[in-house]
Design a protein around this ligand. Sequence first.
Ligand SMILES: O=C(O)C(=O)C[C@]1(C(=O)O)C=C[C@@H](O)C=C1
Length: 320
Amino acid sequence: MTPTTPTIPTSPTRHGYFGPEGTFTQMALHAWAPAAGQEHVPLPSVEAALNALRAGEVDAAMVPIENSVEGGVSATLDALASGDPLVVVGEVLVPITFVLAARPGVPLGEVRAVGTHSHAWAQVRGWMGTHLPDAVYVPTLSTAAAAAGLVGTDGEQAAYQAAVCAPVAARNLGLEVLAEGIGDNAAAVTRFVSVARPGQLPERTGADKTTLVLFQRDDHAGGLLELLEQFAVRGINMSRLESRPTKSSMGDYCFSIDIEGHVLDERVGEALLGLKRVCADVRFLGSYPAAHGTAVRVTPHTSDAAFGEARAWLHSLRGT
Ligand SMILES: O=C(O)C(=O)C[C@]1(C(=O)O)C=C[C@@H](O)C=C1
């Protein structure tokens, strides 16, 4: 799978990204905005990239939002759910392939600790358990920062002997690849989003996505259902739903949601109005072209026969 190349709605001149050079996020940015004349600005974390955007130091920021193996990137979901509003203007899917890299001459047998980003570590746990079961995990800000930490005289003193990173990071830094394709899932994909300050709305393409964060008024029976039925009754498909703590008190959650469709689509607009009526707050995080033209799926209603089967199943559970 090669990275998708979506339509670019605007041409920011300074596009920040979760760096440094050699991160998967940089690859996403190359796939997203290959146009000449753009400055790509590496920032050391998701928070730094979004803060730079909010402060006007960059015109857009590329950050990871979701991985097919490890799920949502909470740093991104939380930074988008709070603070000054930002909008997603596009998405890119990048296949994720990890290598284990070390300073030249360091054999696998000498690796006692491994540095990488927490999301990457979660994706190579199986391989590590088999090949380096005693290795200690050292968290780093990104996969590329882990690789960079092994270089030069400082690299001799690093707290780890090998890094889990992208092949390109190992190559560019002159590291030796001890093992390739070490991800536990060969089909792993990360979804990255290009984020901008409000006021930008990419054109409707007919295969779009809308991202929202919903805050409930109060916690009551059927509360989540009330939110979801705003989509269901209008035949709107939801492609992601995650709950995140609002951090205000224990048990207080908001819902981060992607739906198919554009805010300019009548039914999406109506769903937003419906949500506004039942939610304490609806944070609109943008409508943008889907990386893969996701066709609207209509799920048929459960048939009477299926309902009968479900009833029989329930009886079997109850022993009645
Ligand atoms: O560290 C990097 O290279 C990143 O781009 C970050 C990140 C992530 O946060 O999900 C991106 C893709 C991989 O799944 C692992 C790490």
